[in-house]
Design a protein around this ligand. Structure first.
Ligand code: GCU
Length: 427
């Protein structure tokens, strides 16, 4: 009893402290108040050695940065599970008013006697053989991206959302089609691409609880949560994208050499990290990914490391919490996460009213990843001047800032499709 009271009062104290920090947090939106900092040079190792060419980058620079982001930011992921199987549970050759084929596949992962299921939804263009595809997580279930009533509703835990009819953490038919606006499926199909999507909560429910989703499958006996350097939720979601990629490599309808991983916001952070870790992804798109995604942490503009770690303590590995209010000690910044994707095409997109995600910080990241792309003779972002609104730069490192707020718009998809056509052709 005494012990219980102590535990309760301790967690009460922690909650009060967190609430205090939360209350005290006022985001900076004033460019003149951005602290002075020196951005780490991706062409220099932590010890100061120069990276002069592709072999230096691949043997020294890249592994050092990959290890930093793994151990200090997102956390280590395990490899493939002991067993991974796939089952085609539904398909149609005449979906979406007959313009596309639809497939729904159940993936089952097994490890240590435990198992986890998740469901992949695919729309594929007809009659073009193996299709290049966009692969992206959705926030509220596969059935939200389309009004197609054949699409299954996930059983996994979801964040509540009254306007989407999500109550008691259960997804229901009331949310069918509520996110159609974020997925330009017809345009994707018309352009000869497929769309592959999956509900992120099936891999790891987005809550600070490491007892569900994929984590427990890999626990040692008695383990309750990942170690300090092991996978938070973003790493878990990135791991899930790699497992979908394993499946796509076996699917004869897909050109697995042309899988573009795309994500918005927290799932944009995830897409960047998945693309950095898994070089099978042919290209990466980060839509409004912000703090811990494309934005430079050292600018401390909008959302900061302390705010994100406080509010979403499960997203990053616990080692990342040592950088809360301590950005100066970061030996690397997020432009080097983008550099890890080189020489593969990467698209960073911002929205002008999404200041929380620091559009300028996202732009500068793309710009300062460019020297690594140049080692491969690829064109990045040529100048540190931000482009005008709605004036995209389509190079191997691409960037746009569009009008409007934090969202995925038809405008964004138009750019991604146009750019992907050119970049993947060049492959
Ligand atoms: C919050 C969070 C962001 C995140 C966003 C999202 O705003 O602070 O870091 O990108 O949620 O995922 O929608």
């Amino acid at each position: 009893m005494k012990k219980l009271c102590l535990v309760i009062s301790f967690s009460f104290l922690i909650n009060c402290l967190n609430a205090q920090t939360e209350k005290a947090f006022v985001p900076n939106y004033d460019e003149s108040k951005v602290p002075k900092f020196t951005l780490p040079d991706p062409l220099q190792t932590f010890e100061g050695a120069r990276i002069r060419n592709q072999p230096d980058w691949e043997s020294t620079g890249r592994p050092e940065l990959l290890s930093f982001f793994t151990q200090q930011v997102y956390g280590e992921v395990p490899g493939s599970p002991e067993s991974a199987s796939s089952e085609l549970i539904e398909s149609s050759d005449n979906a979406l008013d007959r313009i596309a084929r639809r497939k729904q596949i159940k993936l089952t992962f097994k490890e240590n006697g435990r198992s986890l299921d998740c469901h992949v939804l695919m729309y594929l263009p007809k009659g073009i053989g193996q299709a290049p595809v966009f692969l992206g997580y959705n926030f509220y279930g596969n059935h939200t991206v389309t009004t197609d009533t054949m699409v299954y509703i996930p059983q996994a835990w979801s964040r509540n959302n009254a306007s989407f009819g999500v109550e008691d953490h259960k997804l229901t038919a009331r949310s069918r089609g509520v996110r159609v606006n974020r997925w330009a499926i017809e345009e994707i199909i018309d352009a000869g691409f497929g769309l592959v999507t999956i509900y992120y909560g099936e891999i790891d429910p987005d809550r600070n609880n490491f007892q569900d989703g994929i984590h427990p499958l890999f626990y040692e006996a008695g383990q309750q949560q990942p170690s300090k350097n092991e996978w938070g939720a973003i790493s878990a979601w990135a791991w899930g994208l790699s497992r979908v990629m394993d499946y796509l490599e076996e699917d004869q309808d897909v050109d697995s050499g042309k899988v573009i991983v795309m994500g918005h916001s927290r799932l944009g952070k995830t897409a960047l990290w998945a693309g950095a870790m898994d070089q099978r992804f042919a290209a990466v798109i980060s839509n409004n990914s912000g703090c811990g995604g494309a934005a430079l942490s050292k600018r401390q503009y909008g959302e900061t490391i302390a705010r994100i770690n406080n509010h979403f303590p499960h997203w990053f590995c616990r080692n990342f919490h040592t950088y809360s209010n301590n950005e100066a000690s970061l030996p690397a910044d997020q432009h080097e996460l983008i550099a890890l994707i080189a020489p593969r095409p990467v698209y960073i997109a911002s929205a002008v009213d999404d200041q929380w995600a620091d559009p300028k910080g996202e732009f500068l990241s793309a710009c300062h990843a460019t020297p690594v792309y140049e080692l491969y003779g690829k064109k990045g972002i040529p100048t540190p001047e931000m482009p005008e609104l709605d004036a995209p730069i389509h190079n191997t490192v691409a960037y746009h800032i569009r009008s409007g707020g934090h969202d995925v718009k038809e405008y964004d998809w138009k750019q991604y499709i146009k750019w992907a056509k050119v970049e993947l052709k060049a492959k």
